[in-house]
Design a binder for this molecule. Structure first.
Ligand SMILES: Nc1ncnc2c1ncn2[C@@H]1O[C@H](COP(=O)(O)OP(=O)(O)OP(=O)(O)O)[C@@H](O)[C@H]1O
Ligand SMILES: [Mg+2]
Length: 280
């Protein structure tokens, strides 16, 4: 197995995908509770890449996605999305570039609003090319078309309150909301982890379909090594705030779960490691 970490990108270089350079993020800095959640993270993601990210609990996976989305400022380093340096931009300013889906199906949608209102909001937020504002008939038709692609019979229920949907249906709507405006970057944080295995599979298949069709540049965090190996064209492992493994398509296709476990034990350096990543 080739366990080399990719060459760090040149600082400040222009890039159409995602370029994270020398990023650091500490929580409670300068206190006894200081946690360095990200440390010297370099990541260059090419347009159209689908990167799966694994790592132990507390490795910094969610912090990496949050930092990219602008949930909080980083202490050091830079973030360039589609050639735009967003490092100091507020979260809502970056939102047009970034689509997100979280573990909790309730996180991505407004419960008291209808499916149509939720999707309409997502479309306007992204100001999708070709979308004519205020033409409700057209928008409704487009929303029905998009819902039809989910294969969950939701196209006939556009007026249903999102709160009334099942977890899987709601996560499918979240996925559609995150991608309908064709973001430059899609961030998925364990977005199938809270679902029943069968529903999780459906959402994962849908994810693959949408990502392929829209050629979305995607980062998907998962604690499930099988998923991380099966999906995407690149795999990254994080540990204690750092990227410890970064493999491209060629090396990834030869990897097995046992190789990842071995690598995990190597970096964790403990004889007995109990972690969600290993228990799945
Ligand atoms: N908002 C926050 N405030 C304080 N500490 C935080 C915050 N977010 C994350 N941390 C800490 O940063 C470290 C990295 O957390 P993070 O959530 O990124 O891990 P993770 O890899 O996503 O883990 P998991 O697999 O459990 O989701 C942890 O020690 C965590 O406690
Ligand atoms: Mg997390």
């Amino acid at each position: 197995m080739n366990t080399r970490v990719a060459e760090p990108p040149k600082p400040g270089s222009d890039h159409d995908g995602l370029l994270v350079t020398n990023m650091r993020k500490a929580f409670f800095p300068g206190t006894p509770n200081e946690v360095v959640a990200l440390d010297r993270v370099d990541l260059l993601v090419h347009p159209g890449d689908f990167v799966t990210i694994i790592g132990s609990n507390g490795a910094g996976k969610s912090t990496l996605l949050n930092a990219i989305a602008g949930t909080f400022p980083v202490d050091r380093g830079s973030i360039v999305i589609a050639g735009r340096n967003v490092t100091r931009e507020a979260e809502h300013t970056r939102a047009r570039l970034v689509g997100r889906v979280f573990q909790d199906p309730r996180a991505g949608t407004a419960p008291s609003m209808s499916i149509e209102e939720n999707l309409s909001m997502a479309m306007l937020r992204g100001q999708r090319r070709g979308l004519r504002r205020g033409v409700n008939g057209n928008r409704r038709r487009e929303i029905q078309d998009q819902l039809g692609l989910l294969g969950m019979s939701l196209e006939g229920r556009v007026s249903a309150e999102v709160a009334k949907l099942s977890g899987g249906q709601r996560q499918a709507v979240s996925l559609l909301m995150a991608t309908i405006a064709e973001p430059r970057l899609l961030l998925l944080d364990e977005h199938t982890a809270a679902l029943d295995p069968k529903v999780a599979q459906t959402i994962m298949d849908l994810t693959g379909k949408i990502v392929m069709e829209r050629r979305l540049t995607t980062l998907m965090v998962t604690h499930n090594m099988e998923l991380a190996l099966r999906w995407g064209n690149r795999l990254v492992m994080m540990h204690q705030g750092r990227i410890v493994l970064d493999v491209g398509q060629k090396d990834k296709s030869g990897l097995k779960v046992a190789d990842l476990v071995a690598k995990f034990h190597e970096v964790a350096g403990e004889s007995l490691v109990v972690d969600r990543m290993l228990l799945d």
